[in-house]
Every structure is written in structure tokens, then in C-alpha cells.
Design a protein around this ligand. Structure first.
Ligand code: ATP
Ligand code: MG
Length: 276
């Protein structure tokens, strides 16, 4: 493109990731605000692979439910900067931690779930598995638009029968079949792992803490794997609607073959309630 990073002025740091930093920037000529993710891609081959995967996916996707990529700048030194739409409220994770649970009513959560499912339905239709759905990778703006971000460990399914059980993503949100494909992987295609992660995400937003461990307990790998593979699937506490309870059950089937798909879940009564 004819524009460059020099056309943008840094306003503040929005967040640090594994291999880079995300800044709030302003386009000097137009005063339009964007988010700029800068990664030092020459440092580490793993980071390099991640950022190229993310670039390829962001270039391909065009959905109101996936964070939009406006431009990609590659500097000669190896740094890569991805110019994205700015989501002014931040992540669902920070939003849930800064508001004492009060705003996540069932009705709000239904609107959140519907948007994430529209995003997942778009990605899955385009043969993309996100593999790291969690509150920290879902961005929100002041209209309460929710968009899927962070494609660092996502996968494009070029062949239909690719194995997809490698340990990528955040292991706390990983589905049972990714630990134990023999027990839970009937009709396994990889896409259903994103649905499990969505179910855990919705449960976490409602309960105010990560649902597989008692509140306050620090996750360790062994405890998590036991909880995911040997425990009952987590469920909602008393007092919620039947629609919400059933929705979570459809997402958190331990057997991947029984889990609903994104397009099926969009027709679930929980998602079909009126938006306002
Ligand atoms: P990690 O590996 O820790 O998940 P990452 O390197 O994958 O981080 P991102 O998750 O893409 O990086 O972004 C890091 C943080 O920057 C996010 O948690 C969020 O707070 C902020 N951020 C990223 N993209 C945007 C955006 N488009 N608008 C506003 N804030 C953003
Ligand atoms: Mg992230």
C-alpha cells in the first residue's frame, strides 16, 4: 500500500501479547483511531509462524463479527505491524473483571453468544478453526458489538481429515477430545473444539470466575486436564432459565460428536430471543 506506519501516531499501549504489543494509534491526516499490533517477527521462529498465520487469516476474513484488518505493514528489519479496527471497550475478560458481574444478565449474554456464534459460523464455513476462544480474545466496543480477535494459533483446514489435537491455545479452554481423542473424539473435525471454548466462556462470564476450578484457585495443567477429561462437564448454577441451561449443555457436551455446531446453536431458543 502507499501508506506507512509513519502516517499514524501512537496514543497509548492497549496490551502486551506473547511476541508483540498492541497500540492505540491515530491516523494523522484523518484523525481516525485504530489498533496497531506490532510483532518483532525476526526474533523467534514460533512467533514468526504465528504472526504469518494471523496475517493470512485476517487478510481473508471479512465479517462484522471478526475484528477487521485494514492494512499490514512489513518493515525491512522483520517487524510486522497489523492495523486493525479499534475496539474501544477492550476484551470481554477486562469488561467482566471491571464490572461486578452486574452487566452480564442472561439477556446480555444471549446477545454476546449470538455474535460470537455468527463469527464462529463465518470462520468454520471458511474452514478456519480459531483454537483460542476465551474472554481475553473477544473484543467489545461501546455499541456492545462483540468480535473475535487473535488468530495467532488458528488453523486453516486445507484438507478435510487433518488432525487438530495439538496443544495450542490456552489449555484451560481446550475441549476433552483435544486431550483424549479416543474417548471424546467421535466424528472429530476440530471445529467443535471452538464450541466447547465458547461454552466455557459463557459460563465464566455468567459465574464471574473460570468454571472448571473453584473461584480463586490458580490453574495448574494437571488439575485442569483431570477436570476436563475425568470430571462432569461444568454446568450453570440454580436459578437460570431453561433456555440458558440447555444452551450451555449443547456447547459443553464432552463427546465432540454430540456437541452442536455454530449454525445449529444460532437456532437454539437461547439465541433466538429478541435482541432488545
Ligand atoms: P496473548 O498471546 O497474550 O493472547 P496476543 O499477542 O495474542 O496476546 P492479542 O490478544 O491480539 O495479542 O492482543 C493483546 C491485547 O491487546 C488484547 O488483550 C487487548 O487488550 C488489546 N487489543 C488487541 N487488539 C485490539 C483491538 N483491535 N482494539 C482494542 N484493543 C485490542
Ligand atoms: Mg490474545
Amino acid at each position: 500500500s502507499t501508506t506507512s506506519v509513519a502516517d499514524y501516531e501512537t496514543v497509548q499501549v492497549l496490551g502486551h501479547g506473547n511476541g508483540g504489543t498492541v497500540y492505540k494509534v491515530v491516523h494523522k491526516k484523518t484523525s481516525n483511531v485504530f489498533a496497531l499490533k506490532v510483532v518483532h517477527a525476526n526474533s523467534d521462529p514460533v512467533m514468526r509462524r504465528q504472526i504469518f498465520r494471523e496475517m493470512e487469516i485476517l487478510r481473508r476474513t471479512d465479517s462484522p463479527f471478526v475484528v477487521k484488518c485494514h492494512d499490514i505493514f512489513e518493515k525491512p528489519g522483520g517487524d510486522i505491524a497489523i492495523l486493525m479496527e479499534y475496539m474501544d471497550v477492550g476484551t470481554l475478560d477486562s469488561l467482566s473483571k471491571n464490572t461486578d458481574g452486574g452487566i452480564f444478565t442472561e439477556h446480555t449474554l444471549a446477545n454476546v453468544a449470538r455474535q460470537i456464534l455468527n463469527g464462529l459460523n463465518y470462520l468454520h464455513t471458511h474452514k478456519i478453526i480459531h483454537r483460542d476462544i476465551k474472554p481475553a480474545n473477544l473484543l467489545v466496543n461501546k455499541n456492545m458489538d462483540v468480535k473475535i480477535a487473535d488468530f495467532g494459533v488458528s488453523k486453516i483446514m486445507y484438507r478435510t481429515l487433518e488432525a487438530c489435537n495439538s496443544y495450542v491455545g490456552t489449555c484451560a479452554y481446550m475441549s476433552p477430545e483435544r486431550f483424549d481423542p479416543d474417548s471424546y473424539g467421535a466424528n472429530y473435525n476440530g471445529y467443535s473444539g471452538d464450541i466447547w471454548s465458547l461454552g466455557l466462556t459463557m459460563l465464566e462470564l455468567y459465574m464471574g470466575h473460570f468454571p472448571l476450578l473453584p473461584a480463586g484457585q490458580k490453574p495448574d495443567w494437571a488439575a485442569l486436564m483431570c477436570a476436563i477429561c475425568f470430571g462432569e462437564a461444568p454446568s450453570l448454577p440454580e436459578g437460570v432459565s431453561e433456555e440458558f441451561r440447555s444452551f450451555i449443555e449443547c456447547c459443553l457436551q464432552k463427546d465432540s460428536g454430540k456437541r452442536w455446531t455454530a449454525s445449529q446453536l444460532l437456532s437454539h431458543p437461547f439465541c433466538r430471543q429478541p435482541e432488545n
